[in-house]
Design a protein around this ligand. Sequence first.
Ligand SMILES: Cc1cc2nc3c(=O)[nH]c(=O)nc-3n(C[C@H](O)[C@H](O)[C@H](O)COP(=O)(O)OP(=O)(O)OC[C@H]3O[C@@H](n4cnc5c(N)ncnc54)[C@H](O)[C@@H]3O)c2cc1C
Length: 371
Amino acid sequence: MSEILIVGGGFAGVWSAAAAARLRAGSDLRITLVAPGDDLVLRPRLHRLDADWSRVPLKRFLDPIGVTHLRAEVTGIDTDGRLVDLGHRSITYDRLVLAAGSRLVRAAIPGEEFLYDIDTAEGVSRLASRLRDAENFSAIVVGSGFAGLEIATELADRGKVTLIERAQVVAPDLGPGPRPVIQAALADLAIDVHLGTTVRSADADGVVLADGRQIRADVVIWTAGMQASPLTAQIHAERDRLGRLKVDRHLRVLDDVFAAGDVAAALADPDHQVLQSCQFATPMGKAAGHNAAADLLGLPLVDFAPDPYVTCLDLGVAGAVFTTGWDREVQLTGRQGKELKGTILDVIHPPLDDAEEILRQAGRQSNEVSG
Ligand SMILES: Cc1cc2nc3c(=O)[nH]c(=O)nc-3n(C[C@H](O)[C@H](O)[C@H](O)COP(=O)(O)OP(=O)(O)OC[C@H]3O[C@@H](n4cnc5c(N)ncnc54)[C@H](O)[C@@H]3O)c2cc1C
């Protein structure tokens, strides 16, 4: 009996499990997925502040395809001994797929305990219950990356929003392509933008900025600073500045270890590395799971080959902006962009209770659901 162990129950983990399950017919391959929670959390839905809508029961995806879910947190990985430590016991593997994702690492500032986030379903529940029934609240959002812009614009028609960005421009990581659309949306929504500064401290009444200015708010939402899971440090291999493991075109890190999703720095094409996003995490999961199983079964491995890069940024009641390519050329804005965003938020939900459909989708690296 051979054992594939998948660490993580996000997009990369569940699709690894399905892709491995697809290959194992007639073999004695056992597949186990370790994750502490009962749900796959659809993080791209979290900015809508509905934690339940973002949760997908792992059981209804894994049970039909015969994958065991071990509800536990991995505390250590011993790649020499092929052992994974669960705190109270260790389990062995023949092939490991690390898919433990990313998490927000907040700056250690005085008053950190007053900060809210939209990084997890728990974080969103805490924020939503603080804002429930509040009509004219004020919110400070720290960071104007993807998550910061989505939550700032989401909240702007319900309260007063201030956006704080350390860089001299808004959305520094999204480049100049969509910036005019984003700036127009922030202006339309009357979001107060402070550039070139950061937060020195927070308390129950708001924040003090690096330059000493005080801004009052009911909630302060921190969105800046994503890092790969600290488990990546337990694998003796090169990591990038986000803590992601360097992988080859088969998403292999070591002979018997693969990595997928936000923990893996793979090439999306000859000139670009993947970003920490579900549009890459899903096909990476499929390729890594396939390759872990194929490696054990003596079958050909597949190259990781994602769809062309796109982005679709929600801008609340100002619509959404859809871009294509690494230069992020704007294709759709406003209501048309918003309709596409809605479709994307629908299709990232995986099929449930239907082994045939789950395995069919696992066999396609493309994020297109049909075909
Ligand atoms: C607010 C927000 C909005 C986003 N919007 C978009 C978007 O619009 N489009 C897009 O493409 N991407 C978006 N992303 C990014 C996207 O959600 C991530 O890239 C994606 O979730 C990565 O999937 P993953 O499976 O690698 O990791 P994750 O989704 O982080 O899942 C990691 C899994 O590993 C488990 N895990 C972690 N540590 C351990 C451990 N020690 N032991 C066992 N299990 C562990 C976790 O419980 C979880 O199940 C957004 C992210 C956020 C936070």
